[in-house]
Ligand binder design. Structure first.
Ligand SMILES: NC(=O)C1=CN([C@@H]2O[C@H](COP(=O)(O)OP(=O)(O)OC[C@H]3O[C@@H](n4cnc5c(N)ncnc54)[C@H](O)[C@@H]3O)[C@@H](O)[C@H]2O)C=CC1
Ligand SMILES: C[N+](C)(C)CC(=O)CC(=O)[O-]
Length: 490
């Protein structure tokens, strides 16, 4: 059954939440008094659609619907998750919770996006304090997985567990903080770095651009993959963390930071920073900057996915969760022998597109090669079989590019066995977006011994599974384009 979330306040963060929920198959009900909210969320959704689904190598569930409601009561009725993302003012948040709790399901989780208020402050005066907890996300909410989940003793363990499970199912990383503190954990870092940066600009030491460069060419990349402590452990060399601390401990007494002083927040400082920021990035619109940011984030996170590390390992876990409940977990006997076998159902990722604004040619081969891997797995040539010494090598490939496809589009590949006997396996893949035929891939493979590196017969199990498809597929129409070659001029 489709799950339902309510988003109260649909600005930068509420819009990001709406996209995260909807693109993971939830229906989303939005309440926001801003008459522009629908347009703004529409623009966030457009950016999210081209970036989030392509993070994974398997398609997300079908997109949920987003509806807009004139009253909080209408938006929250029947929702299992209510995410408050109204402005950062305690009076507005309290008034919002009162309206929400007058109409919502008592079993629903009410998460607050607050950047700094403690959950006990949010719960003050509430009809049911135990329903409210901090669920602090990071912008863009549809791409960054971290959510600081901050609870108080008023929140019972079952509701916290339900909240963790719901966030995990959205591909997020709930970091549960059992001890509350102003600004939680991550915003304390951001605030510290922000204060230092304000001083550096105010004192004329560095411009906004130079500070950004100091981060993005160096420790920002390092932090993205290892965080702080693991990074510094490595920096301690073979002697490790103790050596690192001994070496840099004395710096704590030196004037290396102005963290405890706050620069006077006046018009001069605002104009200085805003002016430098305009000079640095004013030639780009916010939507253009968001698109650049999203492309960079997707590319970095997919790089970490290949390494199965940090945020990338989380993507792999989310993907396993989706595969387990779908056709991707199926084996040969689960597929009819007389129809092409579905071997891919995924979204075109942003990092598969090129200067022509569409999927680049090398990624067609990747998609078809992944489909071949999936077919091998279906007939029993899986990781265990390969570890036992048998596998397939591709001997020849022919790809036809028939129609364009863009980032964010769901593609499906169906595979027909043209020949499957002994060591030979001849496959014909058709890639489609809905009814549109995008490309075909014809591949001839030989079963090999990984010890001798020479062709040999596969196991009886693989032979039987392959023969079943080969015989069943022989009755299918011959695919258009089979055996095609590029004609050479004479
Ligand atoms: N912008 C950021 O980088 C982050 C913000 N947050 C937190 O998210 C919350 C929302 O912040 P933003 O989205 O940045 O602000 P925003 O100004 O972009 O959006 C706030 C939205 O709330 C709506 N609103 C105002 N009064 C309302 C009411 N009574 N009921 C329902 N909606 C109402 C506004 O029309 C607006 O669309 C804040 O608590 C903030 O601390 C959390 C993480 C990051
Ligand atoms: C600046 N901020 C305090 C609103 C930042 C956050 O809360 C998290 C983020 O996305 O940077």
């Amino acid at each position: 059954m489709t799950r339902t979330a309510a988003v109260i306040g649909g600005g930068v963060i509420g819009g990001g939440w709406a996209a995260r929920f909807a693109l993971n198959g939830w229906n989303v009900r939005v309440f926001d008094p801003d008459p522009e909210a629908k347009r703004k969320i529409g623009e966030v959704m457009a950016n999210a659609r081209r970036s989030l689904p392509g993070l994974l190598d398997v398609a997300l569930p079908d997109e949920g619907t987003i509806s807009f409601h004139p009253e909080i009561a209408q938006a929250v009725a029947g929702a299992e998750w209510i995410q408050e993302s109204v402005p950062e003012r305690l009076d507005i948040k309290h008034a919002t919770f009162a309206e929400v709790q007058a109409a919502c399901d008592p079993g629903a989780v009410i998460g607050s996006s607050t950047s700094g208020f403690k959950p006990s402050e949010l719960q003050q005066g509430a009809a049911a304090p135990g329903q409210i907890m901090v669920a602090h996300p990071f912008n863009p909410v549809y791409l960054l997985p971290l959510v600081e989940l901050v609870s108080t003793p008023a929140n019972d363990a079952d509701r916290i567990k339900a909240a963790q499970a719901a966030l995990t199912s959205l591909g997020m990383y709930p970091l549960h903080l059992k001890k509350e503190i102003d600004a939680h954990v991550a915003d304390r870092f951001l605030e510290a770095v922000w204060r230092e940066a304000l001083w550096l600009v105010k004192d004329g030491i560095a411009t906004t651009e130079e500070i950004d460069n100091a981060i993005r060419y160096g420790f920002g990349i390092r932090w993205a993959q290892m965080g702080l402590f693991e990074t510094y452990r490595v920096a301690g060399g073979e002697a490790g963390m103790k050596h690192f601390m001994a070496q840099f401990g004395p710096a704590l007494q030196w004037p290396w930071t102005k963290l405890m002083d706050v620069p006077e927040f006046n018009d001069d400082l605002v104009d200085l920073i805003a002016g430098q920021s305009d000079a640095q990035s004013g030639h780009l619109s916010i939507r253009e900057l968001e698109r650049a940011r999203d492309g960079n984030l997707v590319t970095m996170m997919r790089g970490l996915k290949a390494q199965d590390w940090g945020a990338g390992a989380l993507l792999n876990a989310h993907e396993r969760q989706i595969r387990a409940g779908s056709v991707h977990g199926a084996v040969a006997a689960d597929f009819p022998a007389d129809a092409p076998v579905p071997t891919a159902h995924r979204t075109v990722p942003l990092d598969w597109t090129d200067y022509n604004g569409h999927m680049t040619e090398s990624r067609y081969l990747q998609a078809f090669a992944d489909a071949t891997d999936r077919f091998m797995q279906i007939i029993g040539c899986d990781a265990d079989y390969i570890a036992s010494g048998g596998s397939y090598f591709t001997a020849e490939t022919h790809i036809r590019h028939l129609d364009e496809v863009h980032a964010g589009t769901v593609i499906d590949i169906a595979t027909q066995v043209i020949e499957g006997a002994g060591k030979k396996m001849h496959l014909f893949h058709e890639m489609r977006a809905g009814d549109r035929l995008l490309a075909t891939g014809e591949h001839f493979l030989l079963h090999v011994s990984l010890e001798t590196r020479k062709p040999c017969a596969p196991s009886d199990g693989i032979e039987a599974a392959l023969t079943r498809f080969a015989q069943g597929h022989a009755a299918l129409p011959r695919p258009e384009g089979l055996g095609r070659a590029i004609g050479a001029p004479r």
